[in-house]
Design a protein around this ligand. Sequence first.
Ligand code: CTP
Ligand code: MG
Length: 555
Amino acid sequence: NLRNASSFLCLKKTSKYKTVRHFSVENKLVKDEKSEKFIPFLQRINLRRSEARRSIVVQVQSSQSFKELYAYCNSIGKIKYMFHYSVGIEPLHFIIVEFETDTDITNIKKSSIFVEGSLGLPTQSHFVWFRAAHKKLPKLKQIKSTCLQIENGTAIKEEEVINQMLSKSENISDQIKTLHEITKLNDVGTRLRFLTALQIEDAVNGMFPHAVAYPFGSSVNGYGKMGCDLDLFLKLAADKPNSENGRLVFHCKPLNGSERTMNQKYMETLGDLIYLFLPGCGQVRRILQARVPIVKYQQQLTDVECDVSMTNMSGVHMSDFLYIMGEQDDRVRPLIFAIRKWANIAGITNSSPGRWISNFSLTLLVLAFLQNPLSGKPVLPSLNKLSELSGPEDKFQLEDGTDVSFLRDIRKYKTKTKNTDSLEQLLKEFFEYYAHFDFENKAVCLNETVNVPKPEFSPMYIVNPLERGLNVSKNVSSDEVVRFKNEVRNAAWMLESQESKSTHWGLLSILQNKRTNSILQAVSAHSQQGRLVEVSTLFEREDEDNKKQNKRSNV
Ligand code: CTP
Ligand code: MG
């Protein structure tokens, strides 16, 4: 089933291309995770970038086109892997072809053409389509066997399928692990995001040969799910300009206004460039008044929604910090996936920006809890500890001079945690922890693993671990903090109050629609006061609340 992210086919090419082996995605993930060694974040980013550089995305008629495409491409360069994916309800089919060397891709590009009379500007990129052959095809039988994978990199698993799989788990800890395994961003999804980044990098490469488009955020920090957005930081210049040798110096255009004004202008131009010249890119929106101006767009050929910025590297270093936290202990990522999912269903987080808690803030809340759990046995170290252990290779500064040095190779952190709590215990403890957290007086701080007094009044204060003067959750309103506290209490209560396995047992009991949960909560509250209220009345109240909230979010 090509449209189902839960399965992929490994098409083992025999002379007749007929052997099709089916694996469950779980098998593959377990295998991949076991064989995967720790690779420092920036090194991993560079490996993925080089993989994207050696790849092309070919639009084809159907997945069956791989035979012909294989024969054609392999006559020009040596193929390493091919992956099929599809986009849309009436699916468009694509195959990612990764070649062995950079020379292969140069030859592929040289041999790719522009068709006369085709609409649009003749733009060269890694996105091509495979047209019907004019000549007789070579005999496909003679092609040696190789492994072609069909793994959907774009489809998001349906809720019903997720619920079914979770209901079959043994216990809550298994449910949390399964949720992580079946919803996390897969290899093809990652490849598509790096190919999307490469397109932006290539677009400015003539003027800025050192430009790098760094993916950051959930696409690369290990907390991304299938279909997650791509955050990109476009860095135009190299880290250290080569100023020592050479006497011929490039003329450069002087700044023509304040740094912020100039940045807004560059972003505006980048938006035009994406809109006018880059194939597959549409729905360009410029958000230039934000603290960090961004351009949003949709890359339709990779089915990726992008946010590009050019302001600073902080997001990239922050992603490195979140990445090593996830690598530090196997329980971190599954727990964060479960909590992010719960928060989304409970309406605590929301994909549109506003006065609610963002996924990023929520992730920091979970990490802070893991640094300082109620049991007193930390699962994760503080950022200060990692900064103390940083070596010369870990020294980095932001553009404004802020020091962001911390140990990047987590293998060098030798202290093992004494915390052996199961995922189920940690989840329950998380809810307990924040149900009693003193948001009025305390700030969450990942640098010290203690909760520090709030430096200023904000309903929720999470110290930005890298730029300590900033509050990551500055946007969060006091209503939302109250709602968060209510929902964590509610979730703790739901998890504790289950006696036997119902259909929606364990994790599923808190992943049901918010409406069902709050009705249950309200019924419980009313019945405790001896006031039984008809459920229909409660639904009506809930609807009114939702309408009000929607109105607010539209504004
Ligand atoms: N970021 C940051 N400081 C903030 C907000 C964001 O450093 N105040 C960085 C973080 O590295 C974060 C990234 O920008 O991971 C992207 O932010 P966002 O897209 O909001 O969060 P994601 O973690 O990508 O989550 P999502 O899946 O919701 O996109
Ligand atoms: Mg993001």
